[in-house]
Ligand binder design. Structure first.
Ligand SMILES: *[C@@H]1O[C@H](CO)[C@@H](O)[C@H](O)[C@H]1NC(C)=O
Ligand SMILES: *[C@@H]1O[C@H](CO)[C@@H](O)[C@H](O)[C@H]1NC(C)=O
Ligand SMILES: *[C@@H]1O[C@H](CO)[C@@H](O)[C@H](O)[C@H]1NC(C)=O
Ligand SMILES: *[C@@H]1O[C@H](CO)[C@@H](O)[C@H](O)[C@H]1NC(C)=O
Length: 757
C-alpha cells in the first residue's frame, strides 16, 4: 500500500510525444483508464519515483517503477520530469539525469491498457516495460529469456514496502534451468522451484484455473512463460514480495482488497532441497524429513548438489542425474507421478531385498535426481582369495626418471601405437605403508580432487618428485587379483596422450593406482575459468583437441585391448607441464563395469552431459559413445562453455545451442569470445564436433575419421544431422529414437541410482 502523490493534473492522454515532458504534477492514463503513469512516493517514503499503478483501485498499488534504484529526493520533486527527447526517455531531477532508456528512434511513449509502458515509432515497439519488470508480473506479460539478445526477464523484489530498490529475491526462469520458474536469493541461492512444465502447469504452482492460465513458449532463441487472465475486467497480478514470497493476487471489488489466490513456497516442504539429497519431505510428518529407504542420514549435510533439472513435458521421459534432491510426498490426490527407484539390493534392509520398488508420490520438483532407466544390479564377481605375496616396493624410493626409461624401453616406438615390447616388465606393486607416507596419510591438504572412482592425492617421493595416487572406491566388482591383472594390462597402454600408470597397491583390500603427476591439473580447470581460459589460445586448443583424438585413436584402434573409455570429459583430460593433453581414467570401465566390447551393460558409468543417448537410455555403449563424448568435449573446448545439461523441449544445452547456431549459419558466435581468431578453421571444428554428437550412432564418424578430418583440412565434411538431447521442436518424427522417448511415459518412470562418477 502506498500513499501517492496525487495533486494530479493530468496530461489527459496516454502518450508522451517526442519533445514532450511529463511533470511531477501530471500523469498519463491508459486508454481504458485502468493504469496510470506518473510520479509517486511509495509507503512512508519521502523519495519519489516514476511508476505505473492501478488508477481505479483505492489501495494504491505500483506495478512498475522506472528509477527504482535512483530515487528523486523530496527536495527535487517539483523540479523533476519525464521527457522524450531525441528518441530517448529521461527522468530528470533538477536537470540531473536520474534514469534513461536510450533507443534514439522512438517517437512516442505510451501507456497501454495492459499496463505495459512502451516506446515506439512507426515501425513498432522498440522498448517496453514488460521486458524490464520490477516485482510485478501483469497478465499479458512474460517471464523468460531471449537467448541471443541477452534479455532475461525476471522479477526482482522490492527492498521493503517503502523502497522499490532491488531486493534480495528474484523470480524467473534460468537459461540452464529448463522449463521451470525459480525463486532465488541474491541471484544464485535457490529457494524454490515450480517443477517442470507439464501439460499446462507445474507441480508446485497451479498452472491455471477458471480465471487464468500460464502458457509456456519456446522458439528458436526464446523461452518464456506468459500469464493470462481470461476476463479482461479481472484485476490480477503476480508479485515477488520483499520477503521472497511469490503471490498471485486478485482484486476483490466486494471487499475492496487484494485476495491472495496462491502463495509459494506454500509450506516448509516447498523450500528447495530442504531435506538434502536422497530424502523425502512430507509435511504431515514431524519432523518432515526422512531418508529414502536404503539411505541413512549423514552426519554433515552437504549442499553442493548436482542440480540439473531435465525433462520432456507430459508423456516424455525425465532424465535425472546426481542425487535425488527436493522430493516431496504429496497428499493423495495431488500426486503428479509415481517414482520408482530401483536400487542396489545390498543397500536395502533385509525384508526389501528382492527387487525393491519404492512407490513415491512425487512432486515434480524432484530435481536432479538420478539418471533414469538403469539397473544397478551387477554381477558380483567371486573374490579370489589367493592373495599374491609379491614383494612390495617402496613408493617413496621410486625414481621417475629411471621409470621413464623403463617405459621407453618397453615402447620402442613411443608415439607409434605400440605397446608391450618387453613381456618381462612387471608393474610395480607398492606397499600400502609407503603410499600412506607419500600422501601424508591421505591428508586433505594432499587431495588433488575427487575423481570418478575415488579421491586423488598428491604423493611426494623422497627425491621431491610427485606422483598422483588414486584410491579407488572398494565397490568395484573385481577381486584384488583380477584387479591387479587388469591394471597390469591397462598399464601397458602407453601413449603420449594417455596418463601413465606407475604402479598399484592392493594391500589391505585397498585398490590404489599410482599415476604420473600432471602439474597443470585438468582441462576443465582452465577451460571453464574466466581468467585461466585466456591461457588456452586457439593453437593450444587445437593441439589439445588433436591430442585427445590421438589418445582415443590409440584406445579404440591400436591398443590390443580396444578400450572404450566411457567417461571422456574435460576433467578427465589432464595437462602436463607443456599443456599437452593426456587422457586419464581409461580402462576404468573394465574394472568397474565388466566387459568392454560393444555390449548392453546393466551398469552405467559415465558423466551426465557427455553420455550418448543410446548409452544413457539403453545402456548400449560402443566406440560411438566415446565419439559422442569427444564431440561434446570439442564443442566445449571451442566455446569455452560447459555442456551442463539438456533441457527437454527447450533445446538449450550447449549442443542445442550449437545446433541452433549451425542451422542459422551463425556458428562463429559459438566460439569462445576470449579467442582471437582470424582463420576460418573454427567453423570446421564446430562441424566436426556436431558430426560427433549426432543422435544416431551410425551417423557419427569413427575416431580414425575424426583424426583424418582434423589433420587434413582438405577432407570434405559431411553435413551433420540433428544432435542428440535437443528433443522436441526440430526432431523429425521419422526418427525412431523419438518414439522411444515417447514410449517412456512419465507414469512408468524408472529411476535407478547410478554409480557416482
Ligand atoms: C506543474 O509543474 C510544472 C513544473 O514544475 C509547473 O510549471 C506547472 O505550473 C505546474 N502546474 C500546476 C497546475 O501546478
Ligand atoms: C523505428 O525504430 C527501429 C529500431 O530502432 C528502426 O530500425 C526503424 O528504422 C525505425 N522506424 C522508423 C520509421 O523510423
Ligand atoms: C545478499 O547480498 C547482499 C549484498 O550483497 C547482502 O547484504 C545480503 O546479506 C545478502 N543476503 C543474503 C540472505 O545472503
Ligand atoms: C491461455 O489463455 C489465453 C487467453 O485466453 C489464450 O490465448 C491461450 O491460448 C491460453 N493458453 C493455453 C495454454 O491454454
Amino acid at each position: 500500500m502506498f500513499v501517492f502523490f496525487s495533486g494530479c493534473l493530468c496530461i489527459g492522454s496516454d502518450t508522451i510525444s517526442a519533445g514532450q515532458s511529463l511533470f511531477s504534477n501530471q500523469t498519463i492514463i491508459s486508454k481504458d483508464g485502468k493504469f496510470e503513469l506518473g510520479f509517486f512516493a511509495p509507503g512512508n517514503s519521502s523519495n519519489f519515483y516514476v511508476g505505473i499503478w492501478y488508477r481505479n483501485i483505492p489501495v494504491q498499488t505500483a506495478v512498475w517503477v522506472a528509477n527504482r534504484n535512483n530515487p528523486i529526493p523530496q527536495s527535487s520533486r517539483s523540479n523533476s520530469r519525464l521527457e522524450l527527447l531525441n528518441g530517448n526517455l529521461y527522468v530528470y531531477a533538477n536537470s540531473v539525469t536520474i534514469w534513461v532508456v536510450g533507443t534514439s528512434n522512438a517517437t512516442e511513449a505510451v501507456i497501454l491498457d495492459t499496463g505495459n509502458f512502451v516506446m515506439r515509432n512507426a515501425s513498432g515497439i522498440i522498448w517496453q516495460s514488460f521486458d524490464y519488470p520490477t516485482d510485478t508480473w501483469l497478465p499479458g506479460g512474460s517471464v523468460g529469456f531471449r537467448w541471443f539478445s541477452d534479455i532475461d526477464v525476471k522479477l526482482v523484489s522490492w527492498k521493503n514496502p517503502n523502497d522499490p530498490a532491488m531486493g534480495d529475491f528474484s523470480l524467473g526462469m534460468e537459461p540452464n534451468g529448463g522449463s521451470e520458474l525459480f525463486i532465488n536469493r541474491n541471484g544464485s541461492e535457490r529457494l524454490w522451484r515450480s517443477g517442470v512444465w507439464q501439460g499446462g502447469g507445474f507441480a508446485s504452482l497451479s498452472g491455471g484455473s477458471n480465471f487464468y492460465n500460464f502458457t509456456y513458449v519456446t522458439r528458436d532463441d526464446t523461452v518464456y512463460l506468459t500469464y493470462n487472465v481470461y476476463n479482461e475486467g479481472m484485476i490480477s497480478r503476480i508479485v515477488i514480495d520483499f520477503l521472497g514470497q511469490l503471490r498471485l493476487l486478485v482484486w476483490s471489488e466486494a471487499s475492496q482488497s487484494w485476495i491472495i489466490y496462491q502463495t509459494q513456497p506454500s509450506n516448509a516442504c516447498q523450500q528447495y532441497a530442504l531435506c538434502g539429497p536422497n530424502a523425502i519431505c512430507d509435511i504431515n510428518n514431524s519432523p518432515p524429513c526422512s531418508c529414502l529407504v536404503g539411505f541413512v542420514p549423514r552426519a554433515t549435510q552437504e549442499w553442493d548438489l548436482f542440480d540439473f533439472s531435465g525433462g520432456v513435458g507430459a508423456g516424455g521421459c525425465l532424465l535425472f542425474n546426481g542425487d535425488l534432491v527436493d522430493l516431496e510426498r504429496m497428499s493423495n490426490n495431488s500426486a503428479v507421478a509415481d517414482l520408482y527407484v530401483r536400487m542396489d539390493p545390498i543397500a536395502l534392509p533385509a525384508k526389501g531385498k528382492r527387487s525393491f520398488v519404492l512407490p513415491l508420490a512425487l512432486a515434480m520438483p524432484i530435481t536432479a535426481g538420478v539418471l533414469a532407466c538403469f539397473c544397478l544390479c551387477y554381477l558380483q564377481r567371486k573374490l579370489k582369495s589367493k592373495e599374491s605375496q609379491g614383494a612390495h616396493q617402496n613408493l617413496l624410493l621410486l625414481d621417475l626418471n629411471s621409470n621413464e626409461a623403463a617405459y621407453n624401453k618397453r615402447n620402442s616406438v613411443r608415439n607409434g601405437h605400440r605397446e608391450e615390447k618387453n613381456k618381462q616388465y612387471e608393474l610395480p606393486i607398492f606397499s600400502f605403508s609407503s603410499i600412506v607416507a607419500a600422501t601424508n596419510d591421505f591428508s586433505i591438504s594432499n587431495k588433488l580432487g575427487e575423481g570418478g572412482f575415488g579421491p586423488v592425492y598428491k604423493g611426494e617421493l623422497l627425491n621431491k618428485q610427485f606422483v598422483a595416487v588414486k584410491r579407488l572406491s572398494r565397490r568395484s566388482g573385481q577381486g584384488l587379483e583380477e584387479f591387479r591383472n587388469e591394471i597390469e594390462l591397462i598399464a601397458k597402454l602407453q601413449h603420449r596422450n594417455l596418463v601413465g600408470i606407475l604402479g598399484c597397491c592392493t594391500e589391505k583390500d585397498e585398490k590404489i593406482l599410482v599415476y604420473e603427476y600432471m602439474p597443470n591439473k585438468s582441462l576443465d580447470f582452465f577451460l571453464f575459468d574466466a581468467t585461466k581460459k585466456e591461457l588456452l589460445d586457439w593453437t593450444r586448443r587445437v593441439h589439445i583437441v588433436e591430442g585427445i583424438a590421438q589418445g582415443l585413436l590409440y584406445l579404440h584402434h591400436y591398443s590390443r585391448l580396444r578400450i572404450v573409455h566411457r567417461d571422456l570429459k574435460a576433467s578427465n583430460i589432464l595437462l602436463d607441464a607443456e599443456m599437452n593433453p593426456k587422457i586419464s581414467d581409461f580402462g576404468m570401465a573394465r574394472i568397474f563395469g565388466g566387459n568392454n566390447s560393444q555390449a548392453n551393460t546393466n551398469r552405467i558409468v559415465g558423466t551426465y552431459g557427455y553420455m550418448s543417448p543410446e548409452y544413457a537410455m539403453e545402456g548400449l555403449f560402443s566406440v560411438k559413445s566415446d565419439i559422442f563424448s569427444f564431440g561434446v568435449l570439442m564443442l566445449e573446448i571451442i566455446s569455452g562453455k560447459k555442456n551442463t545439461g539438456f533441457y527437454g523441449s527447450d533445446c538449450l544445452s550447449l549442443l542445442g545451442h550449437a545446433w541452433n547456431l549451425w542451422e542459422h549459419d551463425r556458428v562463429l558466435e559459438l566460439i569462445d569470445p576470449t579467442l582471437d581468431i582470424s582463420s576460418s578453421t573454427p567453423s570446421r571444428y564446430i562441424q566436426i564436433g556436431l558430426l560427433c554428437v549426432q543422435d544416431n550412432p551410425a551417423d557419427r564418424p569413427l575416431i580414425s575419421d575424426v583424426a583424418a578430418m582434423l589433420n587434413n583440412e582438405q577432407t570434405a565434411l559431411a553435413s551433420p544431422h540433428h544432435p542428440a538431447y535437443t528433443v522436441g521442436r526440430t526432431l523429425t518424427k521419422a526418427n525412431p529414437r523419438e518414439r522411444e522417448v515417447e514410449l517412456c511415459s512419465i507414469n512408468n518412470m524408472t529411476v535407478s541410482l547410478m554409480e557416482a562418477r
